[in-house]
Design a protein around this ligand. Structure first.
Ligand SMILES: [Zn+2]
Length: 235
C-alpha cells in the first residue's frame, strides 16, 4: 500500500513537471481559510485569511481575469483564474467568501454529503444561500468523501449520486471534484464514471487546464492546491 502510494505520487510529480504550461486556466483549490492555525488539521490545505485576501487583491491589482466554472472554455483561452473550495469549511465561508463578494469574483464550492452540518463545516442553510448567490456555483464532492481508486463500479456510481445536494439546492450540480483527487486516490480509470453524470470533474493534479484536456479528459481536469506555503507564487 505504501509502495503503491509512493509510486503514484512519483508519477504525479512527473505528470505535473512535464505538464507545466504558461497558458491555460488556473483552477485554484482552497480548503481551510483561517488565521487561527490551531484550526489547521492539515497545513497542506490551509491558508491564513490575511494571505487569502492578499492573494486575491494582488491578483486583482495585476489585472488577472476571474471566470466562473461555467465559463471554463473562456478561462482556458484567456489564462483566467477559477476559484474553488472543497468540503466548505466554515472558516472558508466566513473568511474567504466575503473577500470574493467584495471584489465581485465568482467561485465554486464542492460539497460532500458527508460534511454537511458537521462541526467546522457549513450546513444546509448556508448551502441554500450559496445556491441562490449569483457569484457562486455549487458543485458536488461525493457522498462519503472516500478515494475512488478502491471502489467497485457500483460504489462509484453511488458516490457520484448527488440527489441529497439537489434536494437542498433544487438544482442538479453539473460539476464534480474527486475527494483527495490525486493519481493515487483516484486516477483516470476510476474517474471515468463521472463522465456520464457531470459536465466537468476535477482532480488535484496540479497544472493549468487546457483545451486539449477538456476534450480528452473532461472528467479528470487539473486543479492547483493553494496553501500558506505556496500562495505567493501566484503574485
Ligand atoms: Zn474534500
Amino acid at each position: 500500500m505504501i509502495m503503491k502510494r509512493y509510486f503514484w505520487s512519483l508519477i504525479q510529480k512527473f505528470t505535473e513537471f512535464f505538464g507545466r504550461r504558461k497558458n491555460g486556466a488556473s483552477v485554484l483549490m482552497f480548503h481551510n481559510v483561517s488565521d487561527d492555525i490551531s484550526l489547521w488539521n492539515d497545513k497542506s490545505i490551509a491558508i491564513k485569511a490575511e494571505s487569502f485576501e492578499k492573494l486575491i487583491s494582488g491578483l486583482a491589482e495585476n489585472e488577472a481575469k476571474f471566470e466562473p466554472v461555467e465559463k471554463l472554455e473562456c478561462a482556458v483561452k484567456n489564462n483566467a483564474f477559477i476559484i474553488t473550495f472543497d468540503d466548505m469549511f466554515l472558516s472558508a465561508y466566513k473568511n474567504a467568501l466575503p473577500v470574493l463578494e467584495k471584489n465581485g469574483i465568482p467561485y465554486c464550492v464542492f460539497i460532500s454529503e458527508k460534511y454537511i452540518g458537521e462541526d467546522g463545516y457549513i450546513s444546509e442553510k448556508e448551502i441554500k444561500l450559496l445556491s441562490d448567490n449569483p457569484l457562486c456555483t455549487v458543485g458536488f464532492h461525493s457522498v462519503s468523501h472516500k478515494m475512488f481508486r478502491f471502489m467497485s463500479a457500483g460504489q462509484a456510481e453511488k458516490e457520484l449520486d448527488c440527489n441529497s445536494l439537489t434536494e437542498i439546492t433544487g438544482q442538479k450540480p453539473e460539476y464534480f471534484a474527486f475527494p483527495y483527487g490525486s493519481l493515487y486516490a483516484c486516477g483516470y480509470r476510476a474517474a471515468e464514471p463521472a463522465k456520464k453524470k457531470y459536465k466537468y470533474a476535477f482532480s488535484t493534479v496540479s497544472a493549468r487546464c487546457t483545451e486539449s484536456q477538456m476534450i480528452k479528459k473532461p472528467y479528470y481536469l487539473p486543479r492547483i492546491n493553494v496553501n500558506e506555503e505556496n500562495y505567493q507564487k501566484f503574485l
